[in-house]
Write a protein that binds this ligand. Sequence first.
Ligand code: ADP
Length: 315
Amino acid sequence: MILTVTLNPSMDSIYFTDTFTLGEMNRCSNPVKAVGGKGINAGRTAAILGSDVTTLGVLAGINGELIQSALEHEPFNTDFLAISGESRNAVTVMDQEKNQTEIVELGPEITEKTAQQIIEKVIEFSSQQKKRPIIALCGSANTKNERLYQDYLQKLQAQLGSEIKILTDISGTQLQYVLQGTTKPFFIKPNIHEFAELLGIPIRSKNDVVEHLNHPLLQGIPFILVSCGGDGAVAKYNEQIFDVIIPPIDIINPTGSGDATVGGIAFAIDQGLSIEETLRYGMACGMSNALEQAVGYVSIESVESLKNNILLKEI
Ligand code: ADP
């Protein structure tokens, strides 16, 4: 079982345009609308692959109502808390050159009270299950508490035991504090840019990633996946380091590929698969998402076939 937490769901609009010119009228005939948010996308991916998934988080205002009704058609269970404010819109413009421009609203504030209510829900849900779920904490939160996710990790381990497997797909200051804390997540997935930002070091290639995987900030995290877009990924699992090589594909829309990767990883961990199979699922899901117009969506058929073309080179 997998539980994903999304503190900032969104109504996503993707506009595919021939050209996108600043300061001019840009028309779009085929907008794609979908519910987004990293935990929702990751949960959708894992559910499509066959996991029993519940997604939990906050929804607000009219967008919140729209999101809630859209979620009723999803392949997972939901348990969202209604809060004040307005769930955010996120707009992506993709032109023919595959340039991607994004406008993303901040989203409703997660107050201390809301943060507490959410963690109580997560603990209550997890305690009720026969087996502890894998918990994925995904995405940004509009909060004044820069240590919100660090607090969550501490509370989750204190209440659910140190064996609980927590995956985090977060970035910026929240990730910094998580890594500085004494309670470590089982898994993190920065992309190469987030990895560079995290360490405050210019990182230009997979070789640079490998060189810095033993950085003190990363100590104690069993599973680190630095995703590198079309270049695959570099992974560290305990003492093993892998160069994860993917074949070139004709992408349609890579938005949400990282979320799909996290969903694929969560599915594979939930199934108790080997690290090699887990990495193949993660990559194949990211790629499958990039082959779809929809965001945070994968097809089982493409995942199963892409999985066979992923090369793992242990370093
Ligand atoms: P994020 O979406 O978090 O920025 P990435 O862009 O690194 O993460 O993508 C995550 C994974 O999705 C990659 O490791 C890869 O498997 C797949 N992916 C993303 N972009 C591409 C691409 N252009 N071509 C092939 N696969 C891609």
